[in-house]
Unconditional design. Structure first.
Length: 70
């Protein structure tokens, strides 16, 4: 019997994403205040973060694929 828990998974994912975004914003604001800059992130840093996030999402998508091959 397969249990359908998509709603719970999405809810937990939203909570984790919101918490991660809040922590990231707090860290960026702290760095901007420490360096006395108006912006906390440059375009190059934003691009690097975006690439890292895409890599993280690809890793999450591949979770459990080894089990399917067995």
């Amino acid at each position: 019997m397969v249990v359908d828990n998509r709603g719970k998974t999405i809810f937990v994912g939203v909570l984790i994403g919101a918490a991660t975004g809040l922590i990231a914003a707090l860290l960026l604001n702290r760095r901007a205040l420490k360096d006395e800059r108006s912006t906390a992130i440059t375009a190059g840093e934003g691009l690097r973060v975006g690439i890292l996030v895409i890599g993280l999402l690809r890793a999450i998508m591949s979770l459990g694929e080894d089990e399917k091959k067995l």
